[in-house]
Design a protein around this ligand. Structure first.
Ligand code: SIN
Length: 285
């Protein structure tokens, strides 16, 4: 099967599209892979249903789309060091990624995005929210756009994954899920408004998970404007809430979206397999 009949149906919300007429286990030809990458750039996140991939198929799908990035902080799937586990056990309270964020903005060359595959789901809850950073930027006033277009921001992994962070110091019950706090040494500077590497559209590129401040501004000066942007960009009209089923995949683009894992299923296990793809250096709009 070539998957040549693949099609994309936009969600009813602010972010994403469902990918239809595709069987990822059957493999992709180059033209179909290209369609997926272009749709990812356009919609920011793609959702697939009924793709019960084994780890080798998951890796093969990822390799068709780009180069796999090996995560420094997440536990890998046994026997598959290129696949990270996103796991929460019934006795654990904290969920990985439960605040709005975009992955890897602390890297000078941030990862393109991730392919998250549902392996074990709670009976109720555990949805993931996505927010569209094209729409968030477009909806700002011309005055604020003009200010943001000229700014850069500083991002870091230290306060989230480092030895002194809540996760790194064990306060968040991340045993067997997150590690290597000594490797949380990344700091990066990126434009606040980027020209998206695939779609060519302008996107807002700050996030509550990893952005520290605007470059050349103090924390106190940065905080009110950053907080305004976080509130603005997470408005319901820019978001979509994805309900997982067995075999669902969400594949997101870190440069066009934020995401947030809802932590509303205490007492149940949720296990996902995540493969991350390498990205490119970002340029200002
Ligand atoms: C993540 O932030 O990578 C986790 C998303 C999820 O578990 O839904």
């Amino acid at each position: 099967m070539t998957n040549a009949a693949i099609s994309f149906r936009q969600t009813n919300g602010g972010a994403g599209a469902f990918v239809e007429n595709v069987d990822l286990a059957a493999g992709l030809d180059t033209a179909t892979s290209q369609k997926i990458i272009e749709a990812l750039g356009e919609y920011g996140v793609l959702f697939f249903r009924d793709q019960h991939l084994i780890p080798q198929e998951h890796e093969r799908f990822a390799e068709k789309l780009g180069t796999i990035n090996i995560n420094r902080f997440f536990q890998p799937v046994e026997g598959h060091p290129r696949i990270a586990e996103v796991r929460k056990e019934p006795d654990q309270k904290y969920a990985i990624g439960e605040g709005w964020h975009t992955d890897h903005s602390y890297d000078q060359i941030p990862a393109l995005g991730s392919i998250l595959l549902a392996k074990e789901l709670p009976n109720h809850g555990g949805d993931t929210l996505f927010a569209n950073m094209y729409l968030a930027y477009d909806a700002l006033s011309d005055g604020l756009k003009k200010i943001l277009d000229g700014l850069e921001a500083e991002h870091s992994s230290r306060h989230r994954f480092g030895a002194n962070s809540k996760a790194g110091s064990g306060k968040l019950d991340t045993t067997n899920r997150l590690g290597n706090s000594e490797k949380a040494t990344q700091d990066a500077v990126h434009p606040v408004v980027i020209r998206h590497p695939i779609s060519g559209k302008k996107a807002l590129y700050v996030n509550d998970g990893f952005t520290l401040r605007f470059k050349g501004w103090t924390d106190a000066e940065s905080k009110p404007l950053l907080n305004y942007l976080y509130e603005h960009a997470s408005k319901p009209e820019f978001t979509y809430r994805f309900e997982w089923q067995d075999g669902s995949i969400a594949m997101w683009d870190n440069r066009a979206t934020w995401h947030k894992a809802l932590n509303d299923y205490h007492g149940e296990r949720r296990l996902m397999h995540r493969i991350t793809l390498e990205g490119v250096a970002l340029r200002s709009a």
